[in-house]
Ligand binder design. Sequence first.
Ligand code: UD1
Ligand code: CA
Length: 460
Amino acid sequence: MSPSPSLLAPVVLAAGQGTRMRSRVPKVLHSLAGRPMLAHVLETAESLGSETVHVVYGFGGERVAQALAGPSRRWHLQREQLGTGHAVAQALPAIEDAALVLVLYGDVPLLRRETLAELVAAWPEGGIALLTARLEDPTGYGRILRGADGSVERIVEERDATESDRAVDEVNTGILVARAAELRGWVAALRPDNAQSEYYLTDCIALARAAGRPVTAVPARDPEEVMGINDRVQLARCERVLQGRMARDLMQAGVTLRDPARLDVRGRVQAGCDVEIDVGVVLEGEVRLGDRVRIGPGCVLRDVTVEEDAEILPYSVVEQARIGPGCRVGPFARIRPGTDLAGTVHVGNFVEIKNSRIGRGSKVNHLSYVGDTEMGAGVNVGAGTITCNYDGAQKHRTRVGDDAFIGSNTALVAPVEVGRGATIGAGSVVTRDAPAGTLTLARARQTTVPGWQRPRKPRS
Ligand code: UD1
Ligand code: CA
């Protein structure tokens, strides 16, 4: 049966202390692919289409609720962590009887939407659907105990298990589906009579069976999906799995990755056709790459749009910028927020550009700083040109007209304007506007002193 999404009530358990992380940051806020691990779970839950996602968070975890607030998210405080059953009980009063509760864990972030949809579809009327997994090493997990007829009878936690229970390799992932009406009754009947003196949600299975209700186990097709995060080793392992997935998606969408294991995506990437990404690249935030864009080794791009046929050469860092079509940036370039490069602009090595618009076909090829500048098209900026945009108190703008030529080692002291087609002699310190179409020199005149003698060291 497939219930309508509005009847689905995901409940995400996120109140655990996460002591094994050895961190001052709540476990579920540790980042995975650039976002808190809990954000991944919430987004997967929301993708199922339910109106509200319930989150159970722990005492002192207000930070969690603040960091991940959202209009469809309802937060339930569990003051004391008395077990998974007790955690679910915190959210149940806010859920109507007819709703199907989907229990998720904040520290199991790799689950796919499709897997959850399958679990929901497998829910047996009046009973429980349970996501299980077969693991080579089931240590630490609750084990699924089946009867002679193969039906699920109960779950036993590792700490309460006998030797023969522990030999079972089918484990409880903790993810389950049950209707709120029945779940309410079972949760209320839980007793903390176990090794950890906790209210185990898992005991609902035996309670359901005792009431003659069906329990359907749905084995996860990919055990990687149900990996949980308890420490930083597992955090790193999940990061790799997630990175592997995103790399695969990009390749399937037509992107060439020189080595899928050496790309890190910490956000969202939209890529056109025949994009090529070399090794050691980090893409953060929202990154859009047009057709045939090439990204060289070691580049870092954050919140960037790179348009078609542009190339980012090795070891460049580009942040909050637009790189127009056919541009060539780098190697070793730094493009800072507010930069907009029109088409076919060249920015070379050891060039920094900040909060500037550079017109079509202009070149800033070597060792320059361009900040707070409006530059026209076809401009040539010589090596070592610096815009002096800051006087210690305020930032000022520099304007450079189309087809201007700025000689090497020029200082443009803003506010200042270089007119269209103007030429600035190398080594100039330009403090006043340079008129269009003229040559401006602002440097000491060269003199030669004939007959001058270089001092000599006295002979000893
Ligand atoms: C739980 C299951 C176990 C399963 C395993 C899968 C129970 C009793 N056991 O064990 O069968 O194999 O998950 O990973 O359910 N939480 C709260 N409040 C609490 C206790 C826990 O919100 O009072 C949250 C935790 O933050 C976590 C989740 O519930 O997200 C699981 O809790 P945890 O203590 O890690 O359970 P396990 O011992 O791993
Ligand atoms: Ca756990």
